[in-house]
Design a protein around this ligand. Sequence first.
Ligand SMILES: [Zn+2]
Length: 161
Amino acid sequence: MKRPAIPSDDPQMLAAWAAASAVPDPEIPVLTLEDLGVLRGVERRGGRIVVKLTPTYTGCPATHVIKRDVETALEDAGLSDACVETVLSPPWSTDEITAQGRRKLRAFGIAPPLEAGREAVPCPRCGSVRTARISEFGSTACKALWRCTDCREPFDYFKCL
Ligand SMILES: [Zn+2]
């Protein structure tokens, strides 16, 4: 996702974006909300700052945690007046995870969601594509458990959506 345009002469909006984008994902703390692509923008509505967030997986309990964490980050940035709005459309997809986010996932040992046209999930440790799914369910509902047949290590795969 492209970073939305924020008026550079509005320090409060810039501060709101900076605070919200740096919030870590509660399930994969190496990723920020900006890496995850769930921030849809910051606007001013009737003088009030509104941060727009989109949920990741429907029903993922992390969604509520993310909203609360963003509210806390805004308060800590001195923007206790700002509010967080959930945007459902267009829905989030794993394609919105940024290139930086994908690099961070691999470095953390999680295979990022496959890009369009690719079928094999490469092992995040050795890069081998000789991998197999062990279980549809990994450490969280958003991940599946895979194993590399070369280095024999199990790894989490961030499921596509
Ligand atoms: Zn491997």
